[in-house]
Every structure is written in C-alpha cells, then in structure tokens.
Ligand binder design. Structure first.
Ligand code: FMN
Ligand code: MN
Length: 490
C-alpha cells in the first residue's frame, strides 16, 4: 500500500529509527540550517548511516512544524519508494521498457496485466482532498505563517526549497511539475526560479509569445506522499506527466484535486497548496541563494509568482530541504534518480555498463561512464550522446572508461583513467547549454564542456604501440598460497 501522505511517511521513518523530533524553539533563519548540517553531515558517519530526518516541532515564529533531511540517506530513499534496494525500481522500469508490441495472441494475453498495471498509474481526479481542510484567501493569505527557511547568511531572504510547481503547456494543455526554489519577497509574492532549459520556463516563454501582457496560472504543492513529493525533480521528457511517474513509483495513482482559484490540479494529499499566477511581463531580482554547488548563486532576473489563495491541512507539516556544500540531502535524492534511470540510459545506449556521479561533482560537473567499447571513437560517441540526453546535457566533465573499471570506486577511476590518457589526444571540448548554476562559465547558461576518453586506445584509433595488461596474480599461484596460508601464520 502506498503512503497516504507525508505524515504517514513521517510515522514510518519514526518507526524505523530514521527520524528525530526537536522540541526546542529554533529559528528557521539560519539556525535550522546549522543544526541540519551538524546532524546530516557528520564526516564520521558512513554513507548509509548519515543522520536522521529532523522534525522541528516548534520553529520560531510559526505554528507549523518543519520537516528536513527527510530523504537524506540511501535507506530513506528506499523507504520512500517502498523497496529493499533501489535496483528494484530500476528492475520494474526495465520490465516496462522490455515490453514489445505483441505479435501472437498468446503474447498479447501475457502482456495484459502489465498494460493494466500501467493504466492503473494514471493520476485520478477526485472531488475533495485533505489539502482543503483550511482555505485562506484575500488578506488571510500569508506565506510568513509557515516556517520558511533563510538557509545561509548571504541569502536574499527566505526560500521555499521543496515545492512542486504545477503549470500547463499553453499549447498542448499538458501538465508539468518541477521543483524550482521560490524566494519569498513578502506575504503573497515569491520568485519563480525557472532555469532557462526547464519545462516551467518553456511554458512561460510560449505563453508570453502568445500574449506578452497576460498571465499564467501556477499552483504549488508543498509536502505530499514521498514519491509524489520527489516527482518534481525527475529528469523526464517534456509533456510526460510527472504525476503519472509518481503513480508508477508508488504503484497507486496520485489523487488530484482541482484548485479553488484556478483550473490546475494538485495532489489531494498535499500538506500545503499555494494558488496563483505568474505575470508574463514581470521579472524581478532573485537571489543570492546558498546553492547545492556549495557557493552562492548570484542575483538574476526571474519571473514572479503571486499567491491568491492558500489551502492546507488542519495541522500541516512544512517540508523543506537545505542545499549547500556537498553532500547534502539532494545528493541522496539524485543518487536514487541516477540508479532508477540507468536502465533507461542503457536501453538507448546498450554499451553503457554503469555510470557514477560523485557527490562533489554536484551532478552537473562530473559523470563517470563505463562502456563496453566496440568500435573506434566509441568513447566520443557516448560523450555526445550524454550531452544530448535530457538534463545530462549539463554535464561539464564526462570521463569515459572501459567496462572493467568500477565507476563507483573513485580511487580505481583516478588510477586507471589517468594511466589511460594522452591528454592532448584524449580530451574533447564541446560548446553548448550549461547549468544556470555554473558560475565559472563565460556567460550564464552557455559555455563549454569536456569529455575525457580514458578507455584503452586501439590500433584502429591510431594507437600502434602495444597496450599493457593490468597486473593481476595468476589463479594457480593464488590457490597455492591459499592452501598454505594457515601454515604461514601471518
Ligand atoms: C532541492 C532542489 C532544488 C532545485 N531547485 C531548482 C531551481 O531553483 N530551479 C530549477 O530550474 N531547477 C531546480 N532543481 C532541479 C529541477 O527540479 C529538475 O531539473 C527538474 O527535473 C525540473 O523539472 P522539469 O524537467 O519539469 O523542468 C532543483 C532540484 C532540487 C532537488
Ligand atoms: Mn517536466
């Protein structure tokens, strides 16, 4: 059974010893960040035993409890997706990808359960939802009722960091949901940090092209069942509904309820919903914001969200996250997404054996890819493939290694990749779109990327010297030493 809502997940985390309550008054301005850093980033903790989720019951200045570091470990991501291992989600995706158009009647019948299952993931419209227990409009709209964090000292103000932003494609009418941070300007206005390549930004541009002085409806849900809460950051193609994907992940449709003041739908189990609009002729300075690069994102011009109505549960929980120097909570979310989408990458490019994005590479800076190389120039083909694969286009450095390198063992990667290089020959530069948060590029959103071909070089690639074997002891000697190991008493 899927989690009904966020609080059911909170209860689960508590039962599993994965959540700690904090009853003291703590200020959402800086103090909650500092506590979260000390709990979640203790360098002595191992990767799978990082600190618990934290429920601040009495954040200063608000009557709403605040939940943070909810997804900040591999174990909690597994609990969120209700699996023992993340690979189980990948296996389910692989199962669906393997579905072919059935030829014979027997094959058709065999596939029916899978098709029915797929159909059962579609979002379901419902008449009412818990998110409507309290409805506030007009002068009762006040974002400052919630314990919205100011995370870092130089942040422009408070930021909503875990929102699900709902818009519709003005041409196709299709829904998009994205997680885009929102700077709180005052009690009913926020920024809308739509980075230029993201689907929300595209909706904005298309609507503005048709009607430069108009506005588009936007609704924002904060806190839902775990799979739905996470759906906003999934790197899926445009016009593919994130709510359908959330239904797939939780194995039950997401129930959607119509908003009070616009015709968008939001998850009925949301803790908090902000309804309103973005004007197409209004931009405002957004930032700075202490970002997941570990540096401040500087000020920029972004659209503005006007909140006209707030609905919420009777006692809502405010879900948020803190980003900053890696690793933070978003690393574990990103890691799970990487594991879950690997089969999709592999389906398109079967030569890919495995990929890894080390935490310090903050997703867009570094991807290590192992391939089964089978023709000259294969490593460069894979670089170009990755630079054209959805949000992987942002990858600043791609290191391609042979299939026998364990990409998750960064020591092995450094050792073998560097041994395989003739830098002048093996580095490839490419110009194109880059992540908005990349502050080193010559301009925002556009710059260069680098591919490193760290595979063994072949004669058919012009390398005519012999390539040495890796040093490995032969199995006969190993067996011999095994047999006398006890006698040696070492
Ligand atoms: C904690 C967190 C904060 C994020 N903040 C932003 C943001 O402010 N702006 C943005 O464009 N993407 C942000 N992202 C990344 C997007 O959520 C991600 O690229 C998502 O796929 C966008 O949805 P879309 O593909 O439908 O545009 C954030 C991701 C996480 C996990
Ligand atoms: Mn999308």
């Amino acid at each position: 059974m899927a989690y009904r809502d966020l609080r059911e997940f909170v209860r689960k985390l508590e039962k599993e010893g994965e959540l700690q309550r904090i009853r003291a008054d703590v200020d959402p301005v800086l103090e909650i960040t500092e506590i979260t850093q000390r709990i979640a980033r203790d360098p002595n903790r191992k990767r799978n035993s990082v600190g618990p989720a934290l429920l601040f019951e009495k954040p200063k200045g608000s009557r709403v409890p605040l939940l943070v570091n909810t997804f900040g470990s591999v174990r909690r991501m597994e609990l969120a997706f209700e699996v023992d291992r993340l690979e189980e989600v990948a296996d389910r995706i692989r199962g669906f990808l393997a579905m072919e158009t059935p030829q014979g009647l027997f094959d058709k019948i065999k596939m029916l359960p899978k098709l029915a299952e797929l159909g059962s993931f579609f979002p379901k419209s419902v008449k009412d939802g818990d998110c409507k227990e309290v409805i506030r409009t007009g002068t009762h709209v006040n974002l400052l009722d919630f314990p919205i964090l100011k995370c870092w000292p130089q942040d422009g103000s408070r930021f909503i960091t875990f929102p699900l932003v709902f818009t519709r494609n003005p041409e196709s009418g299709k829904r998009n949901v994205g997680m885009y941070r929102m700077q709180v300007y005052d009690k009913n206005t926020t920024g809308m940090h739509w980075q230029t390549q993201k689907h929300g930004a595209e909706h904005f541009r298309r609507a503005r092209a048709a009607n430069p002085d108009g506005k588009i409806p936007v609704s924002v849900a904060i806190g839902a069942d775990p799979a739905t809460s996470l759906a906003g950051m999934l790197p899926i193609p445009p016009d593919l509904d994130e709510m359908m994907f959330a239904g797939f992940l939780r194995r039950e449709p997401v129930e959607m309820v119509k908003c009070e003041t616009n015709d968008l739908e939001v998850p009925a189990n949301s803790e908090i919903v902000l309804e309103g609009y973005v004007s197409l002729n209004e931009m405002r300075t957004e930032g700075p914001f202490g970002d997941h690069t570990g540096f401040y994102s500087l000020e920029g011009e972004f659209p503005v969200f006007h909140v006209e109505c707030i609905t919420h549960k009777k006692d809502p929980i405010y879900l948020t996250t803190v980003v900053g120097p890696p690793p933070q909570e978003d690393f574990y979310i990103g890691y799970a997404v990487e594991r879950v989408f690997l089969p999709v990458m592999k389906m398109q490019y079967p030569e890919i054996v495995d990929v890894a994005m080390p935490a310090e590479g903050i997703f867009h800076n570094l991807m290590i890819v192992a391939i089964r190389k089978s023709y000259p120039g294969h490593a460069r083909k894979i670089m170009n493939a990755i630079w054209s694969l959805g949000q992987a286009m942002f990858t600043k450095v791609i290191v391609v290694v042979d299939h026998d390198v364990n990409v998750h063992d960064y020591r092995e990667v450094v050792w073998k990749a560097l041994c395989a290089l003739d830098p002048e020959r093996d580095i490839q530069f490419s110009l194109g779109p880059v992540d908005t948060l990349d502050h080193a590029q010559r301009m925002q959103d556009y710059g260069s990327k680098m591919g490193v071909d760290a595979t063994r070089k072949w004669p058919t690639e012009g390398f005519t010297r012999p390539w040495p074997d890796e040093i490995l002891m032969d199995s006969k000697t190993k067996a011999k030493i095994d047999s006398i190991w006890k006698i040696l008493d070492l």
